[in-house]
Structure formats: structure tokens, C-alpha cells
Design a protein around this ligand. Structure first.
Ligand code: ZN
Length: 492
């Protein structure tokens, strides 16, 4: 039942937004709840009022804060970067250029994907593995982007009975507290009110039709094969070996009717034919997720059988997946054999280089690992996977100076990346620099949307007595700024 966590996040996000609006809307137009659930002349206007873009942004940040620390979310930077590159390419092809998006993968066997307020979109591992092509995966993301740009969630919530949602806010907040304790959270979830909200989050047929239409347009604009959408419908209908019994859960939240399939099929027939091969990143990321999915021995057997029987879409991806699985099993000689194969037979790729460097780390060969990272970073200087790997390696061999140099150079490129601040914090702590260590840790929390912990750390930085005048003034000013942000969050 662990797939519920994200549902909980959704509940919290939505209901706490309502709690927030309850206070903030008094005195503003449309604040009278009774006008919300009857006879809506223009759903778009009402949702805009109940659910301001600022509310949405805050909810989105609140969800991302959960996502950043969740064990159920795949925290692998290569997976995250691939999905966000794909998602943002699709989002850039949508009509709403203002909306920001965040994409992530949930470790869950079921075939599902969902959109939350603030443009936060989650994809289950089960769905990723069930997608036979990149265009199929893109069709799901396009559909979810469609729900966001058409503001379906906001409209649904605007149509809710206001009082009921208000009562549920308390339950949802309790769930947030109980998040660390799954048993508690699960008990709380069975309360009828919480389940009630969850059920009301199912999209209507009109929403589904609209999300399909928008999704298809996005798919076409972004240069993908529009047939990926009806193809994925077929995958959904047949269920999948990755799905644990019953219909894929995607069908529960996004009802798939015969009419919907016919509509999409008709539209696709009128669009130009375009053959779009899946990218090697799609193949590698899919293989990596597969290698981490369930029992490692089974995965190894499957990859080996596919290679033996030459049953694959991409041969390099099978070898890559096999190498990842062997590395996971700590079978280093076998992993090395696959990596050697990749270097000889597959096109050069940052993900292969990263795996190769990780093998050297696993072999406890720091010199070879360091050299490997350096060489690879000359070819792929901006690759986050390689930079993360190298930074961790430098920390492991206690080269704090070099870790600081690397983190600072990457911050120019990725100013919103929490990880490089965490590297800085560890390196400064290693050097026994208190002020700088807490400051960096505070900035890391800030980038994980955790204002409370960011303030705690910045406060410790101010109290540390090892900084110079200049460093102290910076952390004092930053502490004030963070506190101002926290105050303005409390009263919208
Ligand atoms: Zn849908």
C-alpha cells in the first residue's frame, strides 16, 4: 500500500491550499463558498480565484519538499534529469509557456501517472517499464501536462463543497505529520473523509478528452510519434506483467472509455505519419529502472536471456541494464565485462562513463576512479550524474578543497541544485569551518523548499564564531531574508 504516499501528498497539497484560501479569501470577491458549488458560469474564472497561481506555486513547492526526501521517489540524478528533459521539452511545446513543471519517478509497480497542483507530475516505475517506446511515455506526460495547463485539478476543487474540504484539511495535515510512520498514515487514510477526497480526484470524461486532445497536440509539436498515445492505450487495456492484478491504476484516475480511444484514434489518423525512434537515454534509463526493480537475480536472468535470444529493441540497453544489475549485486567482474562490451560496441555516452567510474569506486580503486571522472568530465562537463559522482568521490577520499572547487563551478550552472550545496557543507565541515558549513547546509535546505531547516542552519551560521566580518554580514542578511519569506508564507 505504499503507493498511497503520493496520494497523501496530493490530499495534503489540495486541502492545505483550501485551508489557506479559507483565511486569505475573506473580503475578496468570490469568497462566498455557496457560489462555488452551484451553477458555475465559467469554471476557469472560479478556479483562478479559489486557486491563485501563487497558491499553486506554494503547494507545488510543498509537494517537492516531500518528493526531495521521499524513499519512494527515485532519487537517481540520471533518471531525474532524463525525465525532466523529456517533460520540459513537451511542456515547451504546450500553449502555456508560463507554467513551471517538475517531473519525478515513484518507485511503484503499478501503471500510473498523476498531476498535482503547481505542475508537479509523477510517473510510476511500472508505467515507465510498460512504455514500449519513448513516444508512448511522452504521450502519458503530454496527457498529464494537459491536465495541468487546462487547470483540471483547480476546477475540480473549485467545484467541491467548501465546508467539506475544510474539514478534511485537518485530517490531511495529520497525515502529513504521520508521513514518517507509514502504519499510522495508512490507518488515518482509511477514514472515510480522506478516501472521499481521493475519489473526487478522479477526472471526468470531459477532462480526459481535453487532456488527450492537448496531449496529442503537445506530442506532435514536440516532434514525437502521435501514434504513441493510442499505442499506450492498448498497453493499458491489455494490462501488463508489471501490474499487480486488476486494471492498471491509471485507468481508475483517468477513465479510458471506448469513446476516448475512438476519439484519439480518429485524430491520429488525420495527423502526418512520423517514425520517431526512442532515444538511447530512454533505453538506458528504462534498463536502469528495470535493473533496480525487484529481485536482482531475476533481472540478471532476464537481461542475459534477452541478449542470448537477441530479443531487444536496443542491444546496448540490455548490456547496460545487465551491468547495472551486476554492480547492484556487487558482482564486479561481471559488471566490468558488460562495461567493456559497451565501450567497444555502443556509442560513447555519459551514462556509460558514469557507470564505468562507479565500477572503479566499487573496486576500491580511487586513483582509477578519479582519473576516470576527470577524463569523462572533459567530454561531458555539465553532466550532473558525472559531477555528483565525482564530488562524492572527492569527499570520500577527503579532498575537501577539490570538492569545494567542483561544487562552486557547478553552482554557476545549476544555482537551484541542493546537492552541490550539500557537497560544500560536507567539505567545509571536513575543514572544520562552522559558519561556511551551516551556511551551505542552509542553502541546501532552501533549495529543497524546507524553509524551517534553512533558517535553523542559517541561525547556526550566524552563531558560529569562526567567520570574518564579511562572511558574518552575508549570513545575517540571508537569515533576515529567509525569516521574511517565512512570515509572508504565513499570511498570504
Ligand atoms: Zn487523465
Amino acid at each position: 500500500m505504499k503507493l498511497k504516499t503520493i496520494a497523501i501528498a496530493t490530499l495534503i497539497a489540495i486541502t492545505s491550499m483550501q485551508a489557506l484560501s479559507d483565511d486569505s479569501l475573506s473580503g475578496r470577491p468570490y469568497s462566498n463558498a455557496t457560489t462555488l458549488d452551484t451553477n458555475l458560469p465559467d469554471l476557469g474564472d472560479v478556479s483562478q480565484t479559489v486557486f491563485t497561481p501563487l497558491d499553486e506555486q506554494r503547494i507545488g513547492e510543498q509537494i517537492m519538499r516531500e518528493v526531495a526526501v521521499s524513499d519512494e521517489v527515485v532519487q537517481d540524478v540520471e533518471v531525474i534529469d532524463y525525465l525532466n528533459a523529456l517533460g520540459n521539452r513537451l511542456a515547451a511545446a504546450s500553449s502555456d509557456k508560463q507554467q513551471k513543471f517538475n517531473f519525478f519517478v515513484v518507485q511503484d509497480n503499478s501503471i500510473n501517472a498523476f498531476a498535482m497542483p503547481g505542475g508537479v507530475i509523477g510517473v510510476h516505475t511500472g508505467l515507465f517499464l510498460a512504455a514500449k517506446s519513448e513516444s508512448e511515455l511522452a504521450s502519458v506526460l503530454g496527457h498529464e501536462i494537459g491536465h495541468v495547463t487546462q487547470r483540471h485539478l483547480a476546477r475540480m476543487l473549485a467545484a467541491q463543497k467548501y465546508d467539506m474540504v475544510k474539514n478534511i484539511a485537518g485530517i490531511a495535515l495529520a497525515l502529513l505529520v504521520a508521513r514518517a510512520n507509514p502504519d499510522l498514515a495508512q490507518g488515518a487514510l482509511t477514514t472515510s473523509a480522506a478516501v472521499g477526497v481521493q475519489n473526487q480526484l478522479d477526472y471526468t470524461r470531459e477532462h480526459e478528452r481535453e487532456a488527450d486532445r492537448v496531449g496529442l497536440q503537445i506530442l506532435s509539436n514536440a516532434g514525437f510519434d502521435v501514434r504513441g498515445m493510442p499505442a499506450f492505450f492498448t498497453t493499458l487495456q491489455h494490462g501488463s506483467r508489471f501490474s499487480e492484478g486488476g486494471a492498471p491504476s491509471f485507468l481508475r484516475t483517468h477513465p479510458l472509455t471506448g469513446e476516448r480511444i475512438a476519439d484519439v484514434t480518429n485524430r491520429v489518423e488525420q495527423m502526418p505519419y512520423r517514425q520517431v525512434p526512442s532515444s538511447i537515454e530512454f533505453q538506458y534509463v528504462k534498463a536502469k529502472l528495470q535493473a533496480y526493480h525487484g529481485v536482482v537475480e531475476t533481472n540478471i536472468a532476464v537481461f542475459e536471456q534477452n541478449i542470448r535470444e537477441r530479443r531487444f529493441v536496443s542491444e546496448p540497453a540490455e548490456h547496460y541494464g545487465l551491468a547495472v544489475a551486476y554492480l547492484r549485486k556487487n558482482a564486479l567482474a561481471q559488471a566490468e565485462k558488460e562495461i567493456v562490451w559497451l565501450k567497444k560496441n555502443a556509442p560513447a555516452h555519459a551514462m556509460v562513463e558514469n557507470l564505468s567510474a562507479k565500477l572503479q569506486v566499487a573496486k576500491n580503486n580511487p586513483q582509477a576512479a578519479g582519473k576516470h571522472y576527470e577524463t569523462a568530465l572533459k567530454i561531458y562537463p555539465d553532466n550532473r550524474g558525472l559531477n555528483y559522482g565525482y564530488a562524492e568521490h572527492l569527499l570520500a577520499i577527503k579532498q575537501a578543497d577539490n570538492a569545494i572547487k567542483l561544487a562552486k563551478s557547478q553552482q554557476r550552472l545549476y544555482p537551484y541544485d541542493a546537492k552541490f550545496y550539500e557537497v560544500l557543507a560536507s567539505a567545509y565541515t571536513m575543514q572544520n569551518k562552522q559558519l561556511l558549513g551551516h551556511q551551505a547546509q542552509g542553502e541546501a535546505y532552501f533549495r529543497k523548499y524546507d524553509l524551517t531547516r534553512a533558517i535553523e542552519q542559517m541561525d547556526l551560521a550566524v552563531k558560529a564564531n569562526d567567520g570574518d566580518f564579511y562572511q558574518r554580514s552575508i549570513v545575517e542578511a540571508r537569515l533576515k531574508e529567509l525569516r521574511r519569506m517565512q512570515d509572508s508564507d504565513k499570511k498570504p
